[in-house]
Design a protein around this ligand. Structure first.
Ligand SMILES: Cc1cn([C@H]2C[C@H](O)[C@@H](COP(=O)(O)OP(=O)(O)O[C@H]3O[C@@H](C)C(=O)[C@@H](O)[C@H]3O)O2)c(=O)[nH]c1=O
Length: 188
């Protein structure tokens, strides 16, 4: 397993090995012991799977507040997506900064998004599937969102057309009008 640090401490890019043969490939998409050996010890309790029919579908930027904050381990099941994490921990030296990576069925990459970060993605192909593990259960009362195209965050989504959004995401507040429920706890 190759684990690469990103510009945002705590956000990691994971590359599980794939064993190819004449049938195709085999890959361990998650293994608690392997991740623990890399210092990643998170109790995942829920797996999510969604399909986005159209290219340029954007879901995000989402979070769940404490006491139901979620870390997420994200991969692409089919197609290609651009996956983004944004630091929203008050007092963090990287508050408001983002990183984004292309996760695809082809490259098998995974993004680890810790608690205290917004998560969102844009699809690059039709019928793109995302699959992700979450460290807490869905808690609609703690569900929140920030505008995906907030100019203060400035994510370069590189869309080919207009974003396809849910009503909830279209009505999400800007970061400037948002009181983050997360606080930076210092370097780890
Ligand atoms: C997130 C979620 C939604 N739902 C339901 C609520 C609603 O009826 C339907 C669609 O919900 P949403 O519109 O919130 O789905 P979606 O916009 O795909 O939300 C997801 O976006 C990505 C970026 C994330 O990071 C996730 O944590 C989650 O917020 O599914 C669950 O039952 N369980 C869940 O865990």
């Amino acid at each position: 397993m190759k684990v690469t640090k990103t510009a945002l401490p705590g956000v990691l890019l994971l590359e599980p090995p794939r064993f190819g043969d004449t049938r195709g490939f085999f890959s361990e998409s998650w293994n608690r012991k392997t991740l623990a050996a890399h210092g990643i010890e998170i109790d995942f309790v829920q797996d999510n799977h969604s399909l986005s029919a159209q290219t340029d579908t954007v879901r995000g930027l989402h979070f769940q507040s404490p006491p139901h904050a979620q870390a997420k381990l994200v991969r692409c099941g089919r197609g290609r997506l651009f996956d983004v994490a944004v630091d929203i921990r008050k007092g963090s030296p990287t508050y408001g900064q983002w990183v984004g990576y292309e996760l695809s069925f082809e490259n098998g990459l995974q993004l680890l998004v810790p608690e205290g970060f917004l998560h969102g993605f844009a699809t690059r192909d039709p019928d793109t599937e995302i699959v992700y593990k979450c460290s807490d259960y869905y808690a609609p009362d703690c569900d929140g969102a920030v505008r995906f195209d907030d100019p203060d965050i400035g994510i370069d989504w590189n869309l080919s057309g207009d974003a396809v959004l849910s009503d909830k995401d279209a009505a999400a507040p800007l970061l400037a009008n948002f009181d983050s429920p997360f606080t930076w706890e210092g370097p780890k």
